[in-house]
Design a protein around this ligand. Sequence first.
Ligand SMILES: [Zn+2]
Length: 534
Amino acid sequence: MNPSVALQEFINTHLATVEPLSRETALANWEMQTTSSDAVREKVTDLNTRFARIYADPDDYAFLKSLDAEAIDSPTLARQHLLLLNAYLENQIPAELMEKTIALTVEIEDSFNIFRGVIDGETISDNAIEKILDESRDVTLRKQAWEASKQVGQEVSERVLELVRMRNQAATTLGYENYYVMSLQMQELTEERLFQQLDDLAEKSEDLWNAFRDELDEHLALRFNTTPDAIRPWHHHNRFFQSPEPGNANLDRFFADKDLESVAADFFRAIGLPIEELLAKADLYEREGKCQHAFCMDVDRKGDVRVLCNLQSNERWASTLLHEYGHAVYDKYTDHSLPYLLRTPAHIMTTEAIALFMGRLTKSADWLNIYAGVDKAEAERITVDALQEVRNQLLVFMRWCLVMSYFEREMYRNPEQDLNTVWWDIVERFQRVKRPDGRNTPDWASKIHLATAPTYYHNYQLGEMIASQLLNYLHKAVLNGEPSSALVTSPKVGAWLTEKVFYPGALYPWEEWLEFATGEPLNPAYFVADLGER
Ligand SMILES: [Zn+2]
């Protein structure tokens, strides 16, 4: 049989099962993230297992491998063939191992959702911890809050390590060095090129970073009446130091009495990507037993896109809301006539790029003026400070992405090494955050991504680099000659994003997609330029 015809028949049969099962799994997962119960956790485990079993089928995999890729005449079919091969390859592992891995992942995720840190016998939410680190001058309390934020690491670390070993075992079964290496390849990345890029960023930002950190240490020492030498993790504004403290523009004040939902709706409507329909399906406010993070989920690749947040009226959550709706508009405005397997973002980093692009806007004077009701004179007055805040954000988050990426690579290279020490070595190297004296606890495990979103974090940094490239292209080519505010008000932005960025779905590998959108492959120079100078 003609390989194209045979492949199309295979896909039709495959999707008859996968499409409804995928939707059911997403809905169960949504239920688990919004209401924790043993029943729903079991359901998610069961559905994930059924899903993985489909891709574990050795006969189907053999059939896909037997097809001559060169002889598949349609590029659309050839792309689906490649994506299917990757999806099947990852799952060609012993059934027992696969099932144990899935059950443990779900269990750990649920532990993160339920767990609340404890200070003096009282439980405390993540938002309350952030508030202390944001505002308190009481160093003892700050230290307690920071320590409370790490307790979840002690709760889950043994299980995370178990999971890492199982993932590695699966990868070595398939002939890879370890899970991290395999997983990068499935993402159409190589370890070599990725770490070349990251090394390069570390080097290019070193002077800027050291100047920023020296200044910050002095500033913190002054505030907490100590010496720069004595600054420890709890003096920083964020429990991971993944974002800088608010700058002189004091942006939180603009969000104190705002209905963030309607602010976001106004903005997305103006650029031609309305989200009202999606806001109605979202779960946006804090609750016991609910996931404390934020995410966006495409339930059916047909428009049922849901966002989860724990909104507070401040700049961080306003930015997070725009971030998640960046993902959501990508999903919503992908060409829904594409084949199901391609009706998804080109890559994790491309959807992160759009999310990060949107998330930066709460620090844009134009955006604040138009959507957060900041009057024009005030917006002009804070322009420079707000720009500095974006730069600090990019810089601090980049250094944090380096920590996560280098640590994750080490963790999969050898999970038996002294990871508590490795973690603090890497944190000191890239973030210049000093380890607390005598501390030997699995602080790394308090970052949920290492357990539930493995081999993911570098995509945020690549996403920032793509965001800078897209922004540059928008200004230079799409909004050429228009005032700067056009970026946040012009329907041309939504039209261009839809046509060039969202619409192609996963039709091209990510770097071809980027060339299609901006005319060139990944060029880190735009991101480096966005870091500014000091
Ligand atoms: Zn995101």
